[in-house]
Design a binder for this molecule. Sequence first.
Ligand code: HEM
Length: 423
Amino acid sequence: MADHSSTYEPKSATAKWWDERLPIMRLLSDQMITFPTPKNINYLWTFGGILTVFLLLQLVTGIILAMHYQPSAAEAFNSVDNIMRNVNYGWLIRNMHAVGASMFFIAVYIHIFRGLYYGSYKAPREILWILGMLIFLAMMAAGFMGYALVWGQMSFWGVTVITNLFSSLDGIIPGLGTAIVEWLWGGYSVSGTTLNRFFSLHYLVPFVIVGLVVLHIWALHMTGQNNPTGVEPKTEADTVPMHPYATSKDLFAMFAFFLMFAWFVFFLPDYLGHPDNYNPANPLVTPPHIVPEWYFLPFYAILRAIPDKLGGVIMMFGAIAVLFFIPWLDRSRIRSARYRPIYKWFFWLLVISCLALGYLGAMPAEEPYITWARIFTAYYFAHFLIVMPIVGVLEKPKPLPASISDAVEGGKSSSGASAHKKN
Ligand code: HEM
């Protein structure tokens, strides 16, 4: 992959034998050990590794939970309670899985905004970005279906509200929306049938994510990593081998992130959830405020900001769809916002809008929240459809450094670079 030629040399006769038949050690060595990594990448570049670890953690804890979980309307809620109270370390596995989902989304949002700030989506990394967006979609599907499995009040009513959105398609072709909703439910309302298929798909989707992540990292290793300057490495002096330089930084960041994770798991396991989900699902009692998990709140705010149901659904899906086109919407000649004095401010305005939409999504659908949600929704779309294409053309960027080495040390060669040559 990339123009990084293999430096692997089998050290024993057995290693040579393997290398001639299945060069897996060569692949690992070339892609994970000697792979050239820009020497200036900061801690924001550690989140890809953190995400990989959390994906594996979700798989392992999820598989253990599935050994004790009962996917039926009568048993689901009690089986979760049984996991928490009676299964050996069930409380730990479940807390890790539930809190782990939130950590996964915190990490992915940081990962995405890092990409937006440093222009990591720009050529030649468009496919890498699109694969990331597909992962994000799959993560949202997994999170949504997983929350349903608890079969508490918020699970049940969350599924009811979100699946019902499809009924708005009746406004385009009468009967189409209702038919889709009943097909999704497997009946005339959300029921045990719906729960059972959600369980099946919730088990499947993470494996699809694993496949997408493999492609994502493959695409990344074709182009190599971007870096805070947005200038591609020009000589060997601009890069260091992935191991031990990037790997040790990744490990340190992972440890720090795990401390936060452990804090939530052991001291605040319910903080990120909703108390209503400790009541078993009851189709006869609607909770006063139906809210999704925190990581969906910005999109939920966009949905409710539009007075028309179909319009709201279109805007909500549009808010995700627009992200796929960013590589072509951004007309700037350079990547990194570090050298874009005007765009930089718009970037922070986008961050503020997303945080504000998250807050507004948790508030009741009434004034003044609705008006504010409309304002921030308008900016969200304006950012991608107006600011990105126009500012990219009009802005005069700051002068770019001639190379990564030039940016970090005024052109002097570093010990990292000489270490690379040795490897
Ligand atoms: C399960 C979820 C994901 C995993 C495991 C994952 C993994 C990784 C890894 C290991 C890297 C290299 C290290 C780094 O730059 O942090 C990376 C880079 C990247 N990822 Fe992801 N990723 C995920 C989701 C996403 C999403 C949702 C996007 C958004 C579209 C995305 C966009 C990117 C981009 C643009 C890069 C290149 C960054 C650069 O070199 O500057 N990823 N990813």
